[in-house]
Design a binder for this molecule. Structure first.
Ligand code: SF4
Ligand code: SF4
Length: 141
């Protein structure tokens, strides 16, 4: 098993700080990989990242919900080109650095999301995508 970061992630970065095996990487390029991603081959399922996430975006793989009830004004991010994900978002991360995203959607209360669609992208990021790109640790600080 592994832990999974879902599309509720808004790049806060707090999870990176607590991972004992440094297997959480900020997605890059950001428009194609808008979240942070957990390397399933390295994650030891310690659970330390879950309470660090202000957006409750992290689940054990088994517990990723297939019918997640969104809260009012909650935000979700998807890769560029995903229909409906065109909003501009500005926030700040765990270290107070700016987070700017342009592939976000604001959800409505009661909207139901199948977050299990977000499992495979965590695997793909490391098997087919950039994975541990040069400088990711500095970028995450
Ligand atoms: S703490 Fe949550 S929002 Fe922040 S990078 Fe990790 S999963 Fe994403
Ligand atoms: S469960 Fe533990 S090892 Fe896995 S990503 Fe989270 S902090 Fe890292």
């Amino acid at each position: 098993m592994t832990h999974i970061i879902t599309s509720l992630c808004l790049r806060d970065g707090g999870c990176v700080e607590v991972c004992p095996v440094e297997c959480i990487v900020p997605g890059m390029p950001q428009d194609q990989y808008p979240w942070y991603y957990i390397d399933p081959a390295t994650c030891i399922d310690c659970g330390a990242c879950i309470p660090e996430c202000p957006f409750e975006a992290i689940f054990t793989e088994d517990e990723v919900p297939d019918a997640y009830d969104a809260k009012a004004d909650q935000k979700q991010a998807k890769p560029a080109g995903t229909p409906g994900f065109t909003e501009h978002f500005e926030g700040s991360n765990h270290h107070g650095h700016a987070v700017v995203m342009d592939t976000v959607k604001t959800l409505t209360a009661g909207e139901t999301l199948n977050l299990r669609d977000d499992i495979q992208p965590n695997y793909d990021y490391f098997e087919k995508g950039p994975g541990y790109w040069d400088g990711w640790q500095q970028h995450a600080k």
